[in-house]
Design a binder for this molecule. Structure first.
Ligand SMILES: [Zn+2]
Length: 442
């Protein structure tokens, strides 16, 4: 048990400590008096340290290896450093200038604090927790545990954004929806194409993942661009068609998870989330608990959107990521609640580690992808982390004009299968697992 002096701790500090307590499987006891075995967190930035041990005695910095990252941990306060990262306060000012954002209001990697600080989306929060664990071990002789099951070092969550399963949507829709010229063009391409349906991969993805003993989460959009609340960036497929309904039912019956992929402008109103969730649940016939935004589109004020997600009945979200770079957008590779504790809302955020486009927008060399992914896995194992892998429905199988993207995905599954230190699961499987550990901080 760690005893912590409770003076000066605000609700954010308490939340970070509870997170640490959960991940290190250590009980924290808050006390009113300072004793020799009590940890005191300084709230004064000028103290220039992460924590003080027993009043004024600063910790020995020999437990901190400055080569692990270039993040200036010494100038931050342990709790403050974690809070500014996981609530994205470090990037607050960047959102005030449009030139830092892309056309979907997403922060460009090169303009992020994470890039400028030079540690390339490394999960620094995990690193800070690890150093603090080492400190507790060294100074307090405490052996800390981990939330990850015995024999494993990291967790990878598999997921698919379902954006484009129908290769020629105009063929199956009213030509007026697409315009006569586009519709005609689609018809010609369709009749010339010998592989007319090679974006429709659900069964193949299930078979591949099942062969490795993996399950994943498929995020479906329940409205499309042709509905009155749809946008030109929304999907073209319709979950109400027999073809898609059958796949959703097969996925669920086979132990895969169906989550929601909210529409491009969904974040504008809570009612949108509630409506779209209901539309999806009419097809799934079961509660949908996981959410991920289409195009990571959740507006400028992400917390406002996350609160709406929580209030709409979702338990999990996985919408926080860089679009143009792999790695951890908020420098944390642990599940956490991304909503400030004083808002009193529950949500379990699963950080994204790699999306197909993060890599394939710029590069098609499978060996380079393997290198990036293996490095990410090494970091994840060192830092006892969790990361979500996002491959789209139409890119997850080596066929069609996305052959290399699919080959990349299968290659990553092979790496995961051969790495017995990594636990692979879907969002809902992870949710069941973490609930079994009896935790209420998410
Ligand atoms: Zn999408």
């Amino acid at each position: 048990m760690i005893k912590i002096f409770k003076s000066n701790l605000n609700s954010e500090d308490r939340y970070i400590l509870e997170l640490f307590s959960f991940f290190s499987q250590t009980k924290i006891h808050y006390v009113d008096t300072l004793n020799i075995d009590v940890i005191y967190f300084s709230s004064e930035p000028e103290d220039n340290c992460i924590w003080l041990y027993n009043e004024n005695a600063k910790i020995d910095w020999d437990i901190y290896d400055p080569n692990e990252s270039s993040f200036d941990i010494q100038k931050s306060n342990f709790l403050k450093a974690c809070a500014v990262l996981i609530y994205d306060k470090v990037n607050k000012e960047s959102f005030e200038n449009n030139s830092n954002l892309d056309k979907h209001n997403r922060l460009l990697y090169e303009n992020s604090f994470q890039h400028k600080a030079g540690y390339h989306a490394y999960p620094i929060v995990n690193c800070i927790f690890r150093i603090f664990s080492q400190f507790c071990n060294k100074k307090l002789n405490l052996k800390l545990g981990t939330y990850i099951p015995e024999g494993k070092k990291a967790i990878v969550v598999l997921s698919h954004d379902v954006d484009n399963p129908i290769k020629y949507p105009a063929i199956f829709s009213n030509p007026l929806k697409y315009g006569i010229v586009d519709s005609l063009k689609s018809h010609i391409l369709y009749f010339l194409d010998p592989n007319k349906d090679d974006y429709f991969n659900f069964k193949i993805i299930r078979d591949i993942e099942n062969s490795y003993g993996f399950k994943s989460t498929f995020y479906f959009q329940s409205i499309n661009r042709f509905t009155n609340i749809g946008n030109k960036h929304d999907v073209t497929y319709d979950i109400k068609t027999k073809k898609i309904r059958k796949e959703i039912s097969d996925l669920i019956n086979d132990g895969f998870e169906v989550g929601m992929h909210p529409s491009y402008k969904c974040f504008e109103k809570k009612e949108n989330y509630i409506f779209q969730k209901k539309e999806l649940e009419n097809i799934t016939k079961k509660n949908v608990i996981s959410n991920r935004h289409h195009l990571w589109s959740m507006g400028i004020d992400k917390e406002e959107s996350l609160i709406k997600i929580s209030e709409s009945g979702f338990l999990m979200d996985s919408s926080i990521a860089f679009n143009d770079h792999h790695g951890f957008r908020r420098s944390i590779a642990l599940p956490y609640n991304p909503i400030l504790p004083d808002k009193n809302k529950k949500l379990l955020e699963i950080p994204v580690m790699l999306m197909d486009g993060n890599f394939f927008y710029k590069n098609h060399q499978i060996d380079d992808l393997k290198d990036i992914f293996k490095k990410q896995l090494d970091i994840l194992k060192l830092e006892s982390g969790i990361g979500s892998l996002n491959w789209h429905d139409y890119t997850s199988v080596p066929r069609s004009d996305f052959y290399n993207w699919g080959l990349g995905y299968v290659t990553l599954l092979e790496i995961l299968h051969n790495d017995k230190e990594v636990l692979v699961m879907s969002n809902s499987e992870f949710n069941l697992y973490i609930k079994s550990l009896d935790v209420n901080i998410f």
